[in-house]
Design a protein around this ligand. Structure first.
Ligand SMILES: Nc1ncnc2c1ncn2[C@@H]1O[C@H](COP(=O)(O)OP(=O)(O)OP(=O)(O)O)[C@@H](O)[C@H]1O
Ligand SMILES: [Mg+2]
Length: 252
């Protein structure tokens, strides 16, 4: 089984169906970039993978486990929020906004999850957190508070914080779109190295250059449905669907 398998995922808000039967597979170590116009349902889909939203139909499995459900007695039972949070530990998520704890240093932000959620010892976690800061190029900022960091640095701390939970899967929702243009590269560099190290990633982005050089597959979503998917060169250089062509003409 692929690390992520989504079959027939549907989601409505009120009377509006925003996901209209999404199928997607992400193999272990694969990087999938999700592109599409505003309102296509990209964020909603990511939130469903993480069970921040409950789907109305279809099923999503992460590493063989049905997201938001527990199998027992041959039936699937919907998880209570506490158990859903437990399941969510395996999936790291990085949003457009950094969402760091403002009154904690970079290092403390990274240690928070392993210490508070996993109940691990501070001494052990501290060393790992430092190594993660080094990995994102911020070893010298361990004791800086978020307010003392640039947007790009904060986002790199946010990535390190997600990695501290040793996730099986990383979800990125436009991680660079709130950044000043000169800070985008440093965050994309960290994501690129993460991909090279074999992390499985689903990345919503408008950074076509990143999709082209890092993605194994590009999935193009419009109006809650997958319009086109394939290798970056198939989808980006030789799109078959008019909607894909229109979109790329705008963003390239
Ligand atoms: N909690 C919600 N309640 C009602 N409608 C919602 C909710 N979340 C999203 N929607 C609607 O669902 C649709 C898809 O939204 P979504 O945020 O997934 O799009 P997106 O592809 O991520 O767009 P963008 O590129 O602007 O981030 C939109 O029409 C949005 O207004
Ligand atoms: Mg979005």
């Amino acid at each position: 089984m692929a690390l992520v398998e989504a079959i027939g995922v549907r989601k409505s808000f009120g009377h509006t169906e925003v996901l209209k039967g999404i199928d997607m597979e992400v193999e272990r170590g694969e990087v999938v970039c999700l592109l599409g116009p505003s309102g296509a349902g990209k964020s909603t889909f990511l939130r469903c993978v993480n069970h921040l939203e409950t789907i109305d139909a279809g099923r999503i499995w992460v590493d063989g486990v049905p997201v938001g459900f527990r199998a027992s007695g041959g039936k699937l039972h919907e998880l209570r929020e506490r158990d859903a949070a437990h399941q969510r530990r395996d999936v790291g998520m990085v949003f457009q906004r950094f969402n760091l704890f403002p009154h904690r240093t970079a290092l403390e932000n990274i240690m928070e999850g392993p210490v508070q959620v996993l109940g691990r010892r501070k001494a052990e976690v501290g060393a790992e957190a430092l190594a993660l800061l080094e990995r994102v190029g911020l070893a010298e900022k361990a004791s800086a508070y978020p307010g003392q960091l640039s947007g790009g640095q904060q986002q790199r701390v946010a990535i390190a914080r997600a990695l501290a939970m040793k996730p099986k899967l990383m979800l990125f929702d436009e991680p660079t779109s709130a950044l000043d243009p000169e800070l985008v590269g440093e965050v994309l560099d960290v994501m690129t190295s993460l991909a090279r190290d074999g992390m499985t990633m689903i990345v919503v982005t408008h950074e076509i250059g990143f999709a082209r050089s890092v993605a194994d597959r590009v999935v193009f979503l419009v109006d809650g449905a997958v319009v086109e998917s394939g290798t970056p060169s198939d989808v980006l250089d030789d799109p078959q669907q008019p909607r894909t062509r229109q979109f790329l003409a705008k963003v390239l």
